[in-house]
Design a protein around this ligand. Structure first.
Ligand code: K2U
Ligand code: ZN
Length: 182
């Protein structure tokens, strides 16, 4: 397993890749695909993050890894750090609630920027899992926020694209400034 570079918006070539629409995975879940997902998960844990889309490591295919640990449902501070990886391939949203929820989001491709984004509070998704089986699952809370954030990545959409033009431009400017200072 290896840690891959995470593309960031301060780099024009990276941004061009991040804006791509990811292609569906063809030919099922192979050992090569599982090796990529293992690398993605290692990269995500090292960042650290709780989700990662393949396009963020330069592979524009519909692949997401996620690990909410036991945040989903655990009381604040009761997390045990237990790992609970999820592998999500070719996801589709089957249903989204009318009820909306706001969450302060961040993104590993937009470092050090956080802002509130409103999304449907619950979604129902269908996807292929690590074994290549089709799964249908309902998501709420942090799982719903994260899966919608990651599925935006598969459409070439970043969370800052949901903000005002001014906030988006300021976000990219701050990431570029931080990159120059680094
Ligand atoms: O796509 C990414 O960059 C991964 C995000 C996923 C995420 C964004 C917003 C809300 C939830 C998840 C990163 O994991 S952001 C880092 C993070 C870490 C812990 C909790 C929330 C966000
Ligand atoms: Zn992101």
């Amino acid at each position: 397993m290896s840690i891959r570079r995470i593309l960031t918006v301060d780099n024009a070539a990276d941004l061009a890749v991040l804006k791509q629409v990811s292609a569906p995975v063809e030919g099922g879940v192979t050992d090569a695909l599982r090796a990529l997902m293992d690398d993605m998960l290692e990269t995500m844990y090292a960042a650290p993050g709780i989700g990662l889309a393949a396009v963020q490591v330069g592979d524009p295919r519909q692949i997401i890894v996620m690990d909410l640990g036991d945040r989903a449902g655990a009381e604040e501070g009761d997390e045990t750090g237990q790992r609970n990886p999820r592998y999500i391939i070719n996801p589709e949203i089957l249903w989204a609630s009318d009820e909306m929820a706001s969450y302060e989001e961040g993104c590993l491709s937009v470092p050090e920027v956080f802002d509130d984004v409103e999304r449907p509070a619950q979604v129902k998704i269908r996807y292929l899992n690590y074994a290549g089986d089709t799964v249908e699952q309902e998501a709420d809370g942090l799982f719903a926020v994260c899966i919608q954030h990651e599925m935006d990545h598969l459409k070439g959409v970043l969370f800052i694209d949901h903000l005002s033009r001014l906030k988006r431009e300021r976000a990219i400017k701050s990431v570029k400034k931080a990159a120059r200072a680094a």
